[in-house]
Design a binder for this molecule. Sequence first.
Ligand SMILES: Cc1cc2nc3c(=O)[nH]c(=O)nc-3n(C[C@H](O)[C@H](O)[C@H](O)COP(=O)(O)O)c2cc1C
Length: 136
Amino acid sequence: MNIEVRYYSKSGNTKKIANAIAKQAGVSAKSIHEPIQGEVDLLFLGTGIYAFDIDPELKGYISTLNPANIKMVVVFSTAAIVQSAYEKTKKYLQDQGLHVSDKEYHCPGHYMILRTGHPNAEDIKKAEQFTRSILE
Ligand SMILES: Cc1cc2nc3c(=O)[nH]c(=O)nc-3n(C[C@H](O)[C@H](O)[C@H](O)COP(=O)(O)O)c2cc1C
């Protein structure tokens, strides 16, 4: 199975989760600035939430993805207040014609005085467990 992990991360929180997911999947996590080559069975795509939305750069990235080359996308996210970026990210992915898993991973992400210390060791462990459950 060809697995790719891509993330959009301004301050490193989502990147930490991306690295945990990638390690479990036996691949390297890369930022969205690294294009996807060839056919992909499973794309783990992660983001933070900024001003209650996903970043315009991530929306632009999603619009470059070719649904013919990517079988399934699994969304993961971090945020300080909102509970998930899943619904927003899923909408853009589906508008692009991509299949999106109904399973997602979300954990708190540190921002200013909020959610200090997150993602923490427990968040990383849960991300690893989530990845294993997807790959089973
Ligand atoms: C410019 C900016 C705007 C943000 N706006 C929100 C927001 O509207 N809602 C929220 O829950 N978190 C918000 N956050 C917090 C981030 O979603 C949180 O820190 C997340 O973990 C960032 O992920 P990253 O480090 O991968 O960029 C914001 C963070 C930044 C830097």
